[in-house]
Structures are given as structure tokens and as C-alpha cells.
Design a protein around this ligand. Structure first.
Ligand code: NAP
Length: 412
């Protein structure tokens, strides 16, 4: 028999309640009262239950840096202020897990500060100091509040996303995200698994589609070389191109050969023990090269591209130039560097040389979520750290030999 529910405020507060709603048996002794929380008694036929409605949290744990430097600059605040929505298209997200990317490690040292701070000012996200700064670009979490122009999400939705560089980051228990930076998370993944993908997925998407000028359905007769097939970008890119029907050639070091084969690469070249160029000569001409490693050895593979096809590199000096030479001089120097790369591409067989970079892209994440839920892309997780262990995660990523992704569990 269903019991009639009578809700009546009793203004008690019990210190042992932790969740937003918790039910107490009649016999439960409630200690109160600080006057901060309202407590409701709900009377049923055979028992009294007490349902407490907690005020929204105002404080959170967040990792901050107060100046640029090494890992010693990372400071955990237990009483950080939860960010507030200031734009009608933004959402407040309670982060369940976030990943650590090489960009976080280099931003900790000041990488990109000139360009990122300029963008922060242009976009009206603060013109003063960027400190205290929270690093971290991607997350999986739960929507807690929405701005009044947000139409696609509501509180309680499970979402994933990757945030623009000028926003405060995700190495905290809450963040503000724009509606266009997120999508619903794949329902088949846990938050830990989901958090491993958004930044590498949107960067790879930008490299292949936006800057690589490919279309999602145009890979079926294409052969793509991916340098660094064992890292965060590599393990995602191999699976994405296979999901789109392409043929994948990937380089990696010896211990990662089995992993890279397992995620679907058709040809795996162990760059430590094999002659990469002679293996590529045997495999045949390439339609695209994705290079998240950078360097002369990688650029030497350009000559295996078909004429007028793209060499897309994720490693280029735009941000460091702005840091070193100032904004305007840095932009001018970057234009010269890009021209140098383009000329090099032309001289190595009329190939097109392009820089690619992360662009927030909720629509791409939505499409990736479909591929994940259909089993075509699986997260590859190297190690999971607790929130309090974040500096250890940075140390690991700094070594640049990831086997998939490093993830932070915000709830642990
Ligand atoms: N432009 C952008 O917006 C953007 C965005 C994301 C990433 N990136 C760039 O992409 C890089 C990789 O990101 P990630 O997340 O994949 O990092 P990661 O998880 O640390 O992976 C780095 C990978 O590079 C491989 N590697 C290193 N030297 C290599 C070589 N000579 N040949 C082949 N593979 C080599 C490593 O494999 P082994 O251990 O087998 O050597 C490792 O798997 C970042 O460092 C960053 O420079 C740029």
C-alpha cells in the first residue's frame, strides 16, 4: 500500500546527512541545529522519514597555481569558491572525472600565456591577472545549473566536454562550460572512462576534419599515418579513422606495439627498432599524415604523401612565439615559420603542410559519443589518480610516454 506523504518543515538539521536527499527512519536520532539547513519530516503510515534538502554547495576542492612554474606551484584548495554562471549560454558542471593532457603540464609553466590572456580579454573573461589559475581542459560530469538561454541540457544531465583555453580549467570539482563545448556523455561509459576522451577527440577532429580537410565519410579508401599511435591522441585517432573505414599506419615504441595493433591499426611500425622510412616505402603512398610528435624524423615521412595531400602537425610554434616575442611580433614570426613549413612540404613532393590545434566542439563530441556507444571507439586509460594525487599525474604526463590517457577521479 502506498503511504500518503505529508511534508512539513521541522527546521532541524542533522549533521550526519551528506547527500542532497537522505531518508531517516523514525528512530534515527537527528542532532541539530545550526539553522543553516532546512529539514523536512515526511510522515508515512508506518514510519516517519526525514528528508533533508541541503543548500547547494558553495565551496569545492580545486587545484590552483598562483604563478607559473613546476609541479611545486600546484596548490590544492579545499575551500575554493564554486564558479558562478555569468553568461546565459553557460552551465555549471559538477565534475566527476577529468583527464590530464600535455597542454596542462606546459600551461603550468606559462606556455601560451600571452595569446590565451589576449583571448581572455577579447572574450570579456577578465582582463586582470589570470591567477589563481585552474588547469585542466576536459571532464565528464553532471549539469547542476544552466544559464537561461541553455536549451539542450538540464540539471542532472550527464555530460562531457573540453573547454577553451581562456576558461578556468577542470582540475577542480566544478567548472563553467559553454553549451557548445559539451555534449551528452556516452551512456556506455563510466565518468572515469568518459573523461579520458573529450580533449583528444576534439583535437583529433580539428586536425582531421577542420584543418585536414577530410570528411567523416571519406576515409574508406584512404591510408593515414599517425605518429605516436600509443599516446592519448594516437590511441583515439587510430580508432576514429578505423571507425570511419580508413587504413591506419601507426608508429610507436616496442612495448606499445601490441596495444596499437589491438586498437585496430593495420600496420604498426616500431620506431625504436625498425627503419620507419623503409617500412613506409613498402606500405605505399599515404593520403594523410597526423603528427602529434613533431621533429625532423616525423617530417621526413612527408615524402610518402600523395601530391597535394596533407601533413597535419599538432606541434608548432604559434603559442611559444607569442610567449617569447610578444603578441604581435610572435604572430609575425609564426607566419614566417608556417611559410617555412609550407615551402618544406612543397619541396618534399608538393604536400600541403598544416598546423592544427584544439578547438572546443560539442557537435563533434556528440558524434564521437555515438561511435563510443556503438563499441567502435573504446577509452584507453593508462592510470587513474585521486584528486589529491594530481601532481603525480602531472609528473606522469610530463614524461610523454603515455599509453592512452591519465585520468583524475574527482570523487576519490
Ligand atoms: N596543437 C594542439 O592543440 C595540441 C593538442 C593536443 C596535443 N598536442 C600535441 O600532441 C602531443 C601528444 O599528445 P598526447 O596527448 O598524445 O600525449 P601523450 O599521451 O603523452 O603521448 C605522446 C606519445 O608520443 C609518442 N612518441 C614520442 N616520441 C615519438 C617518436 N619519435 N615517434 C613516435 N611516437 C613518439 C610516445 O610514444 P612512445 O612512448 O612509444 O615513444 C607517446 O605515446 C602533445 O605533446 C602536444 O605537443 C597538440
Amino acid at each position: 500500500m502506498k503511504a500518503a506523504m505529508i511534508r512539513q518543515p521541522c527546521f532541524r538539521s542533522c549533521v550526519h546527512l551528506r547527500n542532497a536527499l537522505e531518508v531517516h527512519e523514525k528512530s534515527t536520532a537527528c542532532t541539530f541545529q545550526k539553522g543553516r539547513q532546512k529539514c523536512y519530516s515526511t510522515q508515512t503510515e508506518n514510519k516517519i522519514t526525514t528528508v533533508e534538502k541541503k543548500k547547494p554547495k558553495r565551496r569545492m576542492k580545486a587545484w590552483y597555481i598562483y604563478q607559473y612554474g613546476g609541479n611545486e606551484e600546484l596548490t590544492l584548495s579545499e575551500e575554493a569558491k564554486i564558479p558562478e554562471i555569468t553568461s546565459p549560454k553557460d552551465l555549471l558542471i559538477e565534475i566527476q572525472a577529468a583527464s590530464v593532457n600535455p597542454i596542462d603540464v606546459v600551461m603550468r609553466g606559462g606556455y601560451g600565456r600571452n595569446l590565451i590572456n589576449k583571448m581572455r580579454t577579447w572574450l570579456g573573461r577578465g582582463s586582470g591577472s589570470e591567477f589563481p589559475l585552474t588547469l585542466g581542459r576536459d571532464f565528464s560530469g553532471i549539469v547542476r545549473q544552466t544559464g537561461h538561454l541553455v536549451t539542450r541540457y538540464k540539471p542532472g544531465d550527464e555530460v562531457w566536454g573540453a573547454l577553451a583555453g581562456q576558461r578556468q580549467g577542470t582540475h577542480a570539482q566544478f567548472c563553467i562550460a559553454g553549451e557548445n563545448e559539451i555534449s551528452k556523455k556516452p551512456s556506455s561509459l563510466s565518468h572515469i572512462e568518459a573523461a579520458s576522451l573529450p580533449y583528444v577527440a576534439t583535437t583529433t577532429w580539428a586536425a582531421l576534419i577542420t584543418m585536414g580537410h577530410m570528411r567523416e565519410n571519406s576515409f574508406h579508401d584512404k591510408r593515414v599515418l599517425i605518429h605516436g599511435g600509443s599516446g592519448g591522441i594516437g590511441t583515439f585517432a587510430v580508432q576514429l579513422i578505423k571507425a570511419w573505414g580508413g587504413e591506419v599506419v601507426a608508429t610507436c615504441s616496442t612495448d606499445a606495439v601490441a596495444l596499437v595493433k589491438h586498437i585496430g591499426a593495420d600496420h604498426v611500425i616500431d620506431y625504436r627498432t625498425e627503419d620507419v622510412l623503409s617500412r613506409l616505402g613498402d606500405i605505399g603512398k599515404l593520403d594523410l599524415i597526423l603528427d602529434p610528435v613533431g621533429g625532423e624524423a616525423q617530417e621526413a615521412t612527408m615524402k610518402f604523401l600523395r601530391p597535394y595531400h596533407n601533413y597535419v602537425t599538432l606541434v608548432f610554434p604559434l603559442l611559444p612565439n607569442a610567449d617569447k616575442h610578444g603578441f604581435l611580433a610572435g604572430m609575425a614570426k609564426s607566419a614566417v615559420d608556417l611559410n617555412f613549413g609550407i615551402t618544406k612540404g612543397i619541396s618534399k613532393g608538393l604536400t600541403s603542410y598544416r598546423w592544427a590545434f584544439f578547438i572546443p566542439n560539442g557537435e563533434a563530441l556528440k558524434k564521437v559519443a555515438v561511435l563510443v556507444d556503438s563499441g567502435k571507439i573504446q577509452p584507453v586509460i593508462d592510470k587513474v589518480f585521486k584528486l589529491d594525487e594530481l601532481p603525480l599525474a602531472y609528473e606522469k604526463v610530463e614524461q610523454k610516454h603515455g599509453r592512452g590517457k591519465t585520468v583524475i577521479d574527482m570523487r576519490a
